[in-house]
Ligand binder design. Structure first.
Ligand code: ADP
Ligand code: MG
Length: 701
């Protein structure tokens, strides 16, 4: 068999060997030549340029200096010894620090000689220094013929300590480039590259590591990004086309008693946006095709009612419906809330969660299987194997990003017919990301809040103003309002987080003493009974304050709550902060979100907090979030099963290219839906290879 050289294990690359191979794998995930080849520089340094020491500031990344060594000395002792060279270029002095290979450095560096120093300045004791920089005598530097642009690759402390410096990494890449030359198979058809003016893959893979000039680098990047975005879209669009042709859907033409009862019992008119979305759904469920719709709507925009009306349409046509929520708290709230609107004489409703008692659970299973239960609310418990429906016609998934793709897929097998699927999310997803994450779904947006909502006033408060925050809480409580106090819960430091929460709870109960004040507490370590009890205290208005982890982040609706205090707000992402803030401002009263933080904030945290204070618009925040953090961290992307950690393209920054790639994919598939034409053979083959890496989500939602 003609093995692809790119599949060779990295240890066989000259200069690597077993020890470094292990390090490369652990630190950078590089196991093959291909992985190495696709590990691109994250920046390039123009090595014809020199910085002045006086120019160095906290924004400096990799830079190059030219100057002389003034003195060399040893500091520390025993295991701690380090060598410090004082380096000057006439504009200032800076320390070069070496912890390792001290002997070698001592021999190499000479006081009074001129050197080129390359590295990233760091701060130590309020001064800048270079730790283990590259140092080369000026004479050598001039002699080495190098491209003006040198790649800088991501590194880690372990790599540095293991001797894999940027210099060595670049040498390895050079060796690799020699070995694979002439052996990289093209992945795009010739006609397509010509049409889109893309350079060949082999050249792109060379120039991205060793760009001869900025123009070539641009071309290389463009080619690699385009390919990445194009194949992603090709796969999504192909699935969408297949679904459109194949997936039959149950017909729900009748608007009947159940729907009309609820419609006439609403205490308020539906918003224009709610009506529009219901029309879109109605068109879907009377089309004969299976509906796969994503409903995006900011927190508080009234998605629950859309879910309920969708369910009622199924019920009026003799089908069952389910509404699945990510947490027990939410599912229970949906269930309890529905009695306000539903004709329970006609529509039989049930709630199925992890804590449903065995006897009741059996009854629900039976009722779903024989069709006597029409509408069921629940959590993951709904997708357990034992649950079977007589005829599920509509499945609504609330806050869908909390569910994994495979979990959604299971809903399909619950009934003879494939139900219509409506997934709802309050995490606004920027257009470019939605196009990719949900490239195979139709999208509806509720872009209007129910009337009378007052914008939430958001402020950033430091630890030293805690007293004022307490006073403010007291004032709001005296006016009859309720207050949320939320603590972060981040997996790695779970134990510490709970300690923070406990301490916070104690402090609050100390400050807001019973019997004047009642404080409820909710977190993941409680038994379901305790959680439900405390939650209920707050929802029913008996508790003034709810202290919790971010479990209340999604969906919880307490219109009387007017203050959201978020502790250690710097530890939350933008999407999460916005979700939390959406828990207030649901009633007619003016509402407040107070972001408490420590004193020292990173630049990014400060940006996030400032942004939160400046806008209430979830879509605006989502766009900003995508730009700041990239899609990898975007809520929902990780569970999507999609390879969104793109190598080189960036969903936030490359949106014009993404749109172009999508329309190119649509054009090709419109002509040749199954990619059977010989000119598209390469596309068909690569798509097939790609599929093996991605969970097959073509059957889902
Ligand atoms: P979300 O979209 O975040 O799930 P909900 O469905 O929980 O929002 O609705 C938030 C609040 O707005 C609820 O109290 C709900 O009763 C109320 N609501 C929903 N639709 C309307 C409307 N058309 N007019 C007034 N209030 C509404
Ligand atoms: Mg909701």
């Amino acid at each position: 068999m003609n093995r692809d050289i790119l599949d060779s294990e990295i240890k066989f690359l000259p200069g690597v060997g077993p020890k470094r191979a292990l390090l490369l794998q652990k630190e950078l995930g590089i196991t093959t030549f291909r992985d190495m080849l696709y590990t691109f520089p994250f920046r390039y340094v123009d090595r014809s340029k020199f910085y002045a020491i006086s120019e160095i500031d906290s924004a400096s990344t990799y830079i190059q200096l030219r100057g002389t060594i003034q003195s060399i000395s040893l500091a520390g002792h025993e295991k701690n010894t380090r060598l410090i060279a004082i380096f000057s270029d006439g504009t200032g002095y800076i320390e070069l620090v070496f912890f390792k290979g001290i002997k070698w450095v001592q021999e190499k560096l000479k006081v009074g000689q001129e050197y080129i120093v390359f590295g990233k300045p760091s701060v130590f004791n309020d001064r800048y220094n270079f730790v283990h920089p590259e140092v080369e005598p000026v004479a050598n530097f001039a002699a080495g013929a190098r491209s003006a642009m040198t790649g800088v690759y991501s590194s880690t402390e372990k790599l540095q300590n293991g001797g894999i410096s940027n210099k060595l990494f670049t040498q390895l890449q050079t060796k690799l480039a020699e070995l694979v030359q002439g052996k990289i198979a093209e992945t795009l058809p010739g006609y397509f590259m010509e049409q889109k003016k893309l350079i060949p893959l082999e050249r792109a893979l060379h120039d991205i590591h060793f760009p001869p000039d900025p123009y070539s680098l641009d071309q290389a990047r463009r080619r690699l990004k385009y390919e990445e975005l194009f194949y992603l879209q090709l796969s999504l669009v192909k699935q969408k086309f297949i679904k459109m042709r194949e997936a039959q859907g149950v017909m729900l033409p009748r608007i009947g008693e159940a729907f009309n009862y609820t419609y006439s019992h609403l205490p308020f008119p539906l918003t224009g946006a709610q009506k529009r979305v219901l029309k879109e759904i109605r068109a879907d469920v009377t089309s004969g095709r299976q509906m796969n719709r994503l409903l995006q709507g900011d927190v508080g925009s009234g998605k629950t009612l859309v879910a309920i009306f969708s369910a009622l349409q199924a019920i009026d046509n003799g089908y069952q419906a389910c509404i699945m929520a990510p947490t027990e708290v939410l599912a229970t709230q949906h269930y309890n809330g529905v009695f306000r609107y539903i004709d329970t004489n006609k529509v039989k409703v049930a709630l199925l969660t992890g804590s449903t008692k065995t006897k009741e659970r059996r009854e629900i299973y039976a009722g779903l299987a024989d069709g006597s239960i029409h509408l069921v609310f629940g959590t993951h418990a709904l997708i357990e194997d034992k649950v079977q429906f007589a005829n599920l016609g509509m499945a609504v998934i609330d806050e869908q990003h909390r569910f994994g793709v495979d979990q959604r897929a299971r809903l399909w097998s619950k009934s003879e017919v494939a139900p219509h699927i409506l997934v709802m999310t309050a995490t606004p997803i920027p257009r470019t990301l939605a196009m990719t994450l949900y490239g195979d779904l139709d999208v509806s947006v509720i872009d209007e809040l129910p009337p009378g909502r007052k914008p939430i006033v958001t402020s950033h408060v430091g630890e030293n103003q805690r007293r004022r925050v307490y006073d403010f809480m007291r004032k709001e409580i005296a006016a009859g309002r309720q207050v949320f106090v939320v603590y972060p819960l981040i997996k790695e430091s779970e134990k510490m987080d709970y300690e923070n929460l406990e301490a916070g709870y104690l402090a609050i109960t100390e400050e807001f003493k019973q019997p004047d004040y009642i404080t409820a507490v909710v977190h993941g370590k409680q038994t379901p009974e305790n959680k439900a009890f405390d939650m209920n205290l707050f929802v029913s208005g008996k508790a003034n304050i709810l202290v919790s982890t971010s479990v209340i982040e999604v969906g919880v609706d307490v219109p009387n709550a007017s203050v959201m205090v978020i502790e250690s707000a710097e530890r939350f992402g933008l999407a999460q902060l916005h979700q939390l803030r959406g828990r207030v401002g649901r009633g007619a009263e003016k509402s407040y979100c107070i972001l408490m933080t420590g004193y020292k904030l990173s630049k990014e945290s400060r940006e996030r907090i400032d942004l939160m204070c400046s806008t209430n618009d979830g879509f605006e925040l989502a766009e900003a979030d995508l730009k700041m953090r990239g899609p990898g961290d975007f809520e929902g992307t990780r569970q999507s099963g999609l390879a969104l950690d793109l190598h080189i393209a960036n969903l936030a920054k490359d949106s014009p290219m993404l749109e172009d790639a999508r329309s190119a994919a649509i054009d090709i598939l419109t002509d040749d839906p199954l990619l059977e034409h010989p000119r598209n053979a390469l596309l068909a083959r690569n798509l097939q290879n790609m599929k093996q890496d991605i969970i097959d989500y073509s059957k889902i939602s």
